[in-house]
Design a protein around this ligand. Structure first.
Ligand code: ISL
Length: 573
């Protein structure tokens, strides 16, 4: 029997504070801006808001570099504003979870500032400091060959104290030393309990499997990285004390409150290993994000070496992560967008003007039928699409894309073929696509800001045709389709949220057909992932097919041909 708890049945809506709504006219989103949209969020039919980092930060990585866990980035507002957001959510029956970024802090955090003052400082051991290695001609080299996720060595030399510190991400994001119990306690108090006491309902836990580093910090088996850099990610994920740390975090803090946790679990393909993190008896995490679906098409040497993928690949990863909890007490998630990804319409379907609305609705239909807690990213509900292809690298802001672009282009000796391929990859996979300002209406800068110079990040050229205002009162809009799907998901929650998943015809490269089942209830979901008409063969499932919903007007469900990007859900009795 599946235990029913709020974090299983609830739909989560992710808000990226920089890009949601600017209330002050400075071009940057803020907390009062989010508060002004709370009724819009309620009306959408979501139950939980996940707020990406709003903490004090020098913003090298959009707030994932935190300089004070107990303060709010001043342009976003104050701690009191976040308290107001918590209570405005709660008074509408919405829960609020925060982003918990505890693998690293900013190099501007007071802990790191102290740590770097001297080798004798009491906080020296709160971060990961190591002496240099010396090469053949006495050349100074980092302690090992790890590459950071944001290009270059994962080690930064500190002149002052003549040692290197480890940073898996930017050099402004030094890794905390979780081996030190005093550090762990400080993290629990400052990053977690400070906010639980204010009433937040849980956390999305950033890079949750990177806190325990492999003993001895061994070299990664990288030969010459050549033009492309490969981080030693497999090596520094899922270290030996990971599970122990997460258990402790629950015992000492989380278990005292009614919380949910969803951990970001990269580079962990083994389902048995993922289950260790989310077994409900061994309280570590309630659920995790596994990234296969959003990693589709990423290059093997670096994500920005796009290689493309087949629909059968997508079907296989969806089935794998939908069904791996079967027969266990663990819980899963369903998502296809977040702040680190290109937009789903552009990545999985078609963002051409003639197809994008239908594509967005088809993906909504598919996602809302999936097992697990559903996550929707801001703008996904109106079918926002990737930035136009004619934007140049100067229009992008993200440290990951820009660093990789610069290093790949430089290493290739400015080879135009490398430059074009990286640019093309960024146009599909760049993290910035999700960070464009929210498109509220057709007024200047999409109604996101009143700033005369526009928003902090360029507004999408197509905002006049894709925005909230134009969709609110249009019955067949993407927005209204999402609302309908989210309410059907609630109405049939046994089938859609708790049901089992089974794919059909898994090698078919045009259509995706799957069944959901719960007890004797059954549903069949059919999606045409092409712009051409496709023949729909009903899978061999006994019973009468009754159309529950389609994303194409006028369809009654008896048609044996699917229109381009058509999706249908049948109940089977
Ligand atoms: O491969 C990766 C990076 O290219 C990912 O597996 C990486 O671990 C993941 O993107 C981590 O993301 C999270 O932490 C980052 C931050 O920049 C992201 O926005 C956040 O989602 C560092 O805090």
């Amino acid at each position: 029997v599946t235990e029913r708890v709020w974090w299983k049945d609830g739909t989560v809506y992710q808000i990226y504070p920089a890009s949601y709504k600017d209330s002050t006219g400075d071009g940057l989103g803020d907390i009062p801006g989010i508060i002004s949209k709370i009724d819009y969020i309620k009306d959408l039919g979501v139950d939980i808001v996940w707020l990406s980092p709003m903490y004090e930060s020098p913003q090298y990585d959009m707030g994932y570099d935190i300089s004070n866990y107990e303060a709010v980035h001043a342009p976003y507002g104050t701690v009191a504003d976040v308290e107001a957001l918590i209570s405005d959510c709660h008074s509408r029956g919405i829960r609020l979870i925060l982003d918990l970024v505890i693998n690293h802090t900013s190099d501007q955090h007071a802990w790191f500032k102290e740590s770097r003052t001297s080798k004798m400082n009491a906080k020296r051991d709160w971060y990961i400091w190591r002496p240099a290695r010396y090469g053949a001609e006495g050349r100074r080299m980092p302690p090992n060959n790890w590459r950071s996720f944001f290009s270059g060595s994962a080690w930064q030399w500190d002149e002052e104290t003549q040692e290197y510190y480890l940073h898996l991400f930017a050099e402004q994001q030094p890794d905390l030393n979780w081996e030190n119990p005093v550090t762990r306690k400080a993290i629990y108090d400052s990053a977690i309990e400070f906010w639980l006491k204010k009433g937040v309902d849980g956390f999305r836990v950033d890079t949750v499997n990177m806190y325990s580093k492999p003993p001895g910090l061994p070299d990664a088996p990288i030969s010459d990285p050549g033009v492309f850099e490969q981080p030693a990610s497999m090596l520094f994920c899922n270290g030996p004390r990971m599970h122990e740390f997460l258990r402790e975090m629950n015992q000492l803090v989380l278990n005292k409150y009614d919380t949910m946790t969803v951990g970001e679990l990269p580079h962990t393909p083994d389902t048995a290993h993922v289950l260790r993190y989310i077994g409900s008896n061994d309280r570590q995490l309630d659920m995790v994000f596994q990234f296969d679906i959003v990693d589709l098409g990423q290059g093997k040497t670096n994500k920005y070496q796009f290689e493309g993928y087949a629909l059968s690949d997508l079907k296989a990863v969806v089935e794998k992560w939908q069904s791996f909890i079967a027969g266990t007490d663990a819980w899963t998630t369903a998502f296809c967008e977040n702040h680190d990804q290109g937009r789903s319409v552009s990545r999985y379907a078609s963002d051409l003007p003639q197809w994008r609305e239908r594509s967005a609705k088809m993906l909504a239909l598919m996602m809302c039928a999936m097992t697990g807690t559903l996550f929707v990213y801001q703008g996904q509900e109106i079918g926002m699409i990737n930035a136009p292809k004619d934007w140049s690298i100067e229009d992008y802001k993200d440290i990951e894309s820009i660093n990789y672009y610069n290093s790949a282009v430089a290493r290739s000796g400015n080879d135009p073929a490398v430059r074009d391929h990286v640019m093309k990859s960024i146009q599909i996979l760049g993290r910035d696509h999700a960070r464009l300002p929210m498109q509220w209406d057709a007024t200047a800068y999409s109604g996101f800001t009143t700033n005369k110079n526009g928003a902090w990040m360029r507004t999408h050229d197509e905002y006049k045709s894709i925005n909230v205002a134009s969709q609110l009162n249009k019955s067949d809009s993407v927005l209204n389709f999402w609302k309908k799907m989210l309410s059907l998901r609630k109405e049939y929650k046994d089938l859609f949220i708790h049901g089992s998943f089974k794919g059909f015809d898994m090698t078919n490269e045009k259509t995706f057909v799957f069944a959901k089942a719960f007890g004797k209830d059954k549903a069949i979901v059919v999606c045409n992932f092409t712009a051409e008409e496709q023949k729909f063969e009903r899978p061999g499932v006994n019973g009468k097919f009754e159309l529950l919903i389609s994303n194409v007007e006028g369809v009654d469900g008896t048609e044996s041909v699917l229109k381009g990007y058509e999706g249908r859900v049948y109940l089977v009795n």
